[in-house]
Ligand binder design. Sequence first.
Ligand code: DQA
Length: 137
Amino acid sequence: MKILIINGPNLNLLGTREPDIYGSTSFEAFLDELKKRFANHQIDFYQSNHEGCLIDKLQKADNQYDAVVMNPAAYAHTSIALADCIRAIHIPVIEVHISNISQREPYRRHSYTAEACKKCISGKGLEGYALAIQSLL
Ligand code: DQA
């Protein structure tokens, strides 16, 4: 299977960003392990801090990948454009949040993008990305 992982804004800072919430592992280090665990599958990765770039990448992924695992980060709580894009493409998208968004600040409890995704995995730490891939397989 060809899977694209997309991370949204500020997730390039994983490892040093609020480690009490998001842990102290960088995404690059985690991705190396993830690729080894799913060595029979192609896993590509894209990160952007820009909403339009995330939308461009998702639109292109439609022809290039079998599925997307996406952590839209704060755009989950604000972006109807990203949610529309997920609805517009034809491949499954699974949303991941490292922290448990349902038990944090009220403004994080709703995700527009999750409504458009096949599934949302929240609060399992980085392992949530592996669980998302597992459920796609
Ligand atoms: C996050 C949760 C979001 O509310 C937050 O804005 C993030 C990270 C998570 O992975 O837990 O940037 O998506």
